[in-house]
Design a protein around this ligand. Structure first.
Ligand code: NAI
Length: 331
């Protein structure tokens, strides 16, 4: 009778429990992501925040799931501080999604303000948390978050990540399908650069034992770069990718939690970087308890991919410049 009780107490005491806050938790991404995080054993508290009055209901609903984490709901700006206090990880899918015909940059004005204000609240309430930015346009929202944190003297580049995992999730699936691979694991593909259109650079040449014709490369590259549009069009005005994004965000969040627990994790994200001319760039990283430990070089790439990068970098520079202009104008 004693043993199970003892082992449970023991396992909880050695496993450091984390508080994860989801900002924008009532949204198309926020709700399924919160559901997917509810059963993560290393999360002790899942704090759900949104300006929407739906949050208490969503929190009550999730709180009935028989897993150990506690769910708290925080609705409206007056409750943002409580959602963030002592958070180890903050995931931010707050903002407006695309409608058909819109680019991610069209979202800039609305989402830039939202993200800037949320980052400011993080600077005040959880300055050491790892911030995972989903809100688009990621190419610009990440530098905006960095500037908001700098303004409060708490910026640490190692803990601010633009979540580009969905591009990798899509690339894996599309290659698996197109090349009839035996398993998804064989579709080991990295996607670097940024997170919009031509800034998305899939590195198909780095997949072991798989070769592509020029036609296949053109088709697959376009599909990864504009995969989000397939969903926006299919949803016909009802938003952009939410379920696949929630899956991708869970994958990235779990890896950050593992890194916080002491594991050395390899992941790709859009972060402050010095491996190209772009001061923010998505590439493979090693993440540890303090955040990013190492940014890996792009590695050997094909002439085809070199050309994609030549297009991506000037565009990224423009997106980063827009972010800096926005911040200067807001100060
Ligand atoms: P949604 O409109 O369904 O949900 C957004 C949620 O944010 C809403 O519940 C809304 O009330 C909330 N919100 C708005 N302003 C807020 C504020 N100031 N504080 C807290 N919450 C606030 O949108 P969806 O589909 O969940 O998308 C969210 C964002 O994620 C969009 O910007 C979208 O473009 C982006 N996205 C990013 C992807 C990526 O790969 N990084 C992929 C897909 C979408």
């Amino acid at each position: 009778m004693f043993l199970p009780i003892f082992s449970r107490a023991f396992s909880t005491s050695i496993m450091k429990q984390r508080k994860v806050a989801v900002l924008g938790a009532a949204g198309g991404i926020g709700q399924p992501l919160s559901l997917l995080l509810k059963d993560v054993p290393t999360i002790s508290q899942l704090a759900l925040y949104d300006i929407s009055p739906l949050v208490p209901g969503i929190a009550a609903d999730l709180s009935h799931i028989s897993t150990e984490s506690k769910v708290t709901g925080h609705s409206g700006e007056s409750q943002l501080g409580d959602a963030l206090k002592n958070a180890d990880v903050v995931v931010i899918p707050a903002g407006v999604p695309r409608k058909p015909g819109m680019t991610r940059d069209d979202l800039f004005k609305v989402n830039a303000n939202i993200v800037y204000n949320l980052a400011t609240a993080c600077a005040k309430n959880c300055p050491e948390a790892h911030l995972l930015i989903i809100s688009n346009p990621v190419n610009s929202t990440v530098p905006i978050v960095a500037e908001a944190l700098k303004k409060h003297g708490v910026y640490d580049w190692r803990r601010v990540y633009g979540v580009t995992t969905l591009d990798i999730v899509r690339a894996r699936r599309f290659v698996y399908e197109a090349k009839n691979l035996k398993s998804i694991a064989a579709a080991k593909v990295n996607v670097i650069g940024g997170h919009s259109g031509h800034t998305i650079v899939p590195l198909f040449s780095q997949i072991p034992n798989v070769t592509f014709t020029k036609e296949e490369l053109d088709k697959l590259t376009h599909r990864v770069q504009f995969g989000g549009d397939e969903v926006v069009q299919a949803k016909a005005g009802a938003g952009s990718a939410t379920l696949s994004m929630a899956y991708a965000a869970r994958e990235f969040t779990l890896d950050v939690l593992k890194a916080l627990g002491g594991q050395s994790i390899t992941q790709t994200a859009y972060v402050q970087s010095n491996i190209t001319k772009a001061p923010y760039f998505a590439s493979s990283l090693t993440i540890g308890p303090e955040g990013i430990k190492q940014i890996h070089p792009v590695g050997k790439i094909s002439a085809y991919e070199e050309k994609l990068l030549d297009v991506a970098i000037p565009e990224l520079l423009k997106n980063i410049e827009s972010a800096h202009k926005f911040v200067q104008a807001s100060l």
